[in-house]
Design a protein around this ligand. Structure first.
Ligand SMILES: [Fe+2]
Length: 360
């Protein structure tokens, strides 16, 4: 990511496992993870070498995964293990080491496919569905860019919901310290809130830019005027997002302390953002994305569009990548990684992974 909130303190493979382990398929708002007084925003994974996901583990077996932190393969394996709801311990290794999975005293190394088959054999349920790209409602013929946009919408939807819950929780506490001490003082918590919002804003901005520069021109070329409404909505989202940013900033520098009134107002702004995103995403998914399929693009054209989209969203796929994946279920995160690993230009993808800032 390119702004001041962009530096991620976790690597792709170290992404907050607790968040992922407890997160249900979106957009079931009533079962979203609780706000930070119950779910620390700086999980153990951000600061320690080893991390453990135990929230909804269905097995008492602890599985150790080691591999390079910024490798997409390591990340993929990690999500596969989280999907299996296993107790997971991740141990980052040097960049030239192959990923290894250890169950008890048994250690297995190898390619992604070898390790996935091994995991599937050891823990058959829930199934990984690794041999078929399987997104609900989509099939093999669904254009790559449609799958990409759909998954990005899911992630943004979850993050907006999470920030709304967080703002409501802050307001209910009246600016008082969170129950979870690891969140820090109210000022420290607001700083974390600012950082998280910066990440969300960057993903949303890049997503909108990607659609305007890549998706809309393709659709406009087959039917002029088709994207007018979606473009106008993007124009309305920007002032709302900037307004929230300025408002959070003004709260964070209040000398008199943070009070409920400002925080309730902040929550209400997030509610507006949530409603705007929801209706905008629904419109795009119902009205525009089916038209991409109707445009009957060949695989090469689809790959080109996907890679152009990824290039526009460089920040999201470098230091914002953990944030993007954090908003997806493990299964969805694997599907997103599948898109990058199977159809992404290798030079582009390696430029993303090499740009990522890894902080141990
Ligand atoms: Fe969109």
């Amino acid at each position: 990511m390119g702004n001041c909130f962009s530096t991620s303190s976790t690597s792709t493979a170290e992404i907050s496992p607790l968040d992922l382990a407890v997160k249900p398929p979106p957009p079931a708002a009533q079962t979203l993870p609780p706000p930070p007084r119950l779910l620390p925003l700086t999980p153990a994974s951000a600061t320690s070498v080893e991390t453990t996901a135990t929230a909804t583990a269905t097995s008492n077996v602890t599985v150790k995964l080691s591999g390079p932190s910024n490798s997409l393969t390591t990340s993929y394996l990690r999500f596969a293990l989280l999907h299996k709801k296993l107790n997971l311990r991740f141990i980052p290794s040097s960049p030239d080491e192959k990923p290894t999975i250890q169950i008890g005293s048994e250690k297995t190394s190898g390619s992604k496919d070898v390790l996935l088959r091994y995991v599937e054999e050891k823990f058959p349920e829930p199934r990984l569905m690794i041999w078929k790209f399987n997104l609900e409602g989509f099939d093999e013929g669904t254009p790559l860019i449609v799958k990409t946009i759909w998954l990005q919408h899911r992630s943004v939807t979850w993050h907006v919901e999470r920030m709304l819950r967080w703002a409501e929780d802050l307001a209910a506490r009246g600016g008082r310290r969170a129950v979870d001490r690891s969140v820090g003082t109210p000022k420290m918590e607001i700083r974390k809130f600012v950082r998280s919002y910066g990440q969300l804003q960057e993903v949303l901005l890049e997503h909108a830019q990607m659609e305007e520069r890549i998706l809309f021109p393709v659709l406009e070329s087959v039917d002029r005027g088709m994207c007018k409404s979606a473009s106008e909505e993007h124009g309305r989202e920007l002032p709302l997002m900037n307004g929230i940013k300025e408002y959070i900033k003004s709260i964070s520098v209040m000398d008199s302390g943070i009070c409920s009134e400002e925080l309730f107002s902040l929550a209400s702004r997030f509610r507006s953002l949530q409603m705007m995103c929801k209706s905008h995403f629904e419109e795009e998914e119902k009205e525009l994305l089916p038209m991409v399929e109707a445009a009957e693009m060949g695989k090469e054209k689809q790959k080109k569009l996907l890679n152009q989209s990824l290039e526009v969203m460089r920040g999201t796929h470098t230091n914002g990548f953990d944030f993007l994946l954090q908003g997806l279920t493990p299964q969805e995160a694997m599907q997103y990684l599948d898109l990058l690993m199977n159809f992404g230009d290798p030079d582009l993808i390696s430029s993303f992974t090499s740009q990522r800032e890894i902080v141990d």
